[in-house]
Design a protein around this ligand. Structure first.
Ligand SMILES: C[S@@+](CC[C@H](N)C(=O)[O-])C[C@H]1O[C@@H](n2cnc3c(N)ncnc32)[C@H](O)[C@@H]1O
Length: 467
């Protein structure tokens, strides 16, 4: 071990920073977060340090470093662009046994500053011993995605109950297992879902019973986004990796399912048009039934569960059945398709509003408010509209939209099979016949579609049709 990791308590302690540039400013920002009283010695300050000075967050001596500056300092950081000054500060600090860091010069340092993941009071410090700060930063970025932002709140709650638990569970082994259950079970999930008061109540009950309440099972209703696995939320990924059972439907991509816990049971409930593997009511009850067996069930849905996803119905059943649940939003197909096709849904010059509708045909018709939809300067996004495309185009023209109103079909948005078909309300029915557009497909109608030509950026994107 080249360095011994420690965490300094700098609250109210004087820290000297020599140098007033951007490098010094980054260190000042960290020191300020740790509650240090920072004095900066430098002839000039960069913009962000000037701002801190104006806010009364730092002290400043507008001159070069003098030996007396190190007096009463708990820590020193040197970050000037003058090598001789840096060396002199380092020598003086070493001679006076004051910890010193000279930015990017490990040979002059008595301590180095790690990359930090801050979930105060939980902190994770990553260091490569100065060998590769870039690697440390990349590692930190990975850890950031793994450690829920609410870990700090969980730690604070655990701290709140520390003495009570110690008094109640005197056996060290039992106490450790108790805390492990808290950190990995229902109480932690309550915190992550923002239910702090419920978590506190659950802690009280658990401590009184001297054990963590038995896991009663839970359902996570999770939006998987439109297809690209990189568009999953951190929370969706974390829950995927801890759920016992994953109940998924057709729109969920194989890459996303691959991220589930290796030993999780995967249950396919389908939902292809006219080929419902399980009726919706049965899916609702299935979720409740599995959760009641004490399992953590993740109901994975394409896009967002609350946008044409019937998530509301599933949750209603869970409520009726008294099953705990939480909901994790996902990126809906409209947002994914618009971004990956380079078609902004609103634009100052072309569309002041956007409307999402379902183009699902019922008895061969589309029951929509056509006069409201056939308005200029708005964007219309149609989910499930491919089958009823002819009806859609005809009704919009009948109700006043010009036949040359731009229209795009985005197939399998955000995936490598994404295709964008561009045409107009008048031409699209014929264009579709000449191509092999397949579901899932999203329809975008409005002037914003013209921007696709200019803004299309997605690597695998293919555009067909008129442009
Ligand atoms: C039952 S809805 C589900 C919508 C989903 N809950 C969401 O928020 O995106 C299914 C429709 O969403 C659209 N859709 C979903 N994923 C898509 C994708 N990757 N590309 C294009 N359209 C998609 C299609 O219109 C499809 O018929």
């Amino acid at each position: 071990m080249k360095y011994f990791p420690v965490f300094f308590d700098l609250h109210g302690k004087r820290v000297l920073v020599v140098g007033g540039g951007d490098v010094a400013a980054r260190k000042v920002a960290l020191l300020a977060r740790a509650g240090a009283e920072v004095k900066v010695v430098a002839p000039e300050l960069c913009e962000s340090l000037q701002y801190r000075l104006a806010n009364g967050e730092i002290e400043h001596e507008a001159r070069n470093f003098q030996d007396g500056d190190i007096e009463s300092c708990a820590l020193i950081v040197a970050g000037t662009d003058d090598q001789a000054t840096n060396k002199h500060v380092s020598d003086l600090a070493h001679a006076n046994c004051i910890p010193v860091n000279v930015v990017d010069q490990p040979e002059l340092c008595s301590f180095i500053v790690p990359s930090i993941i801050d979930r105060s009071p939980v902190q994770v410090a990553v260091s490569t011993g100065g060998a590769s700060p870039v690697l440390a930063r990349l590692l930190r970025a990975r850890l950031e995605t793994l450690i829920p932002a609410a870990y700090g709140r969980l730690a604070a709650l655990m701290n709140e109950f520390r003495h009570k638990v110690k008094a109640k569970l005197t056996d060290e082994g039992k106490r450790r297992r108790f805390w492990e259950d808290v950190a990995q079970g229902h109480i932690a999930e309550l915190i992550f879902a923002g239910k702090e008061e419920a978590a506190r109540q659950a802690m009280h009950s658990a401590v009184d019973a001297a054990q963590v309440a038995e896991d009663r099972g839970e359902v996570y209703l999770v939006g998987a986004g439109p297809g690209d696995p990189d568009l999953l939320t951190f929370r969706a990924l974390r829950l995927l990796q801890q759920a016992d059972v994953i109940v998924y439907d057709r729109l969920v991509s194989a890459e996303i399912l691959d991220m589930a816990r290796r030993d999780a049971d995967l249950v396919y409930v389908g939902k292809e048009r006219d080929k419902h593997t399980l009726p919706q009511e049965d899916i609702n009850l299935l979720l409740a039934r599995i959760a009641k067996k004490g399992k953590r069930v993740l109901r994975l849905k394409g896009g967002d569960p609350f946008i044409f996803g019937r998530g509301g119905e599933e949750i209603e059943t869970l409520m009726q059945e008294g099953v705990r649940f939480q909901i994790v939003p996902g990126i809906t197909a409209a947002a994914g398709a618009a971004s990956y096709a380079g078609i902004p849904l609103t634009h100052r010059n072309y569309a002041q509003s956007v409307t999402f509708v379902t183009g699902h045909l019922k008895d061969g018709t589309m029951n929509l408010n056509w006069p409201a939809l056939a308005q200029p300067h708005q964007t219309l996004v149609v989910y499930m509209g491919l089958l009823g495309l002819n009806t859609l185009c005809a009704r919009l023209v009948e109700h006043g939209l010009a036949a040359d109103t731009p229209m795009a079909l985005v197939q399998k948005a955000t995936t490598r099979e994404q295709k964008v078909l561009v045409g107009t309300l008048g031409s699209m029915p014929e264009l579709v016949k000449q191509t092999s557009i397949k579901p899932p497909t999203l329809i975008i109608v409005g002037e914003v579609v013209n921007l696709h030509k200019k803004l299309a950026w997605f690597g695998g994107a293919k555009t067909v049709g008129e442009e």
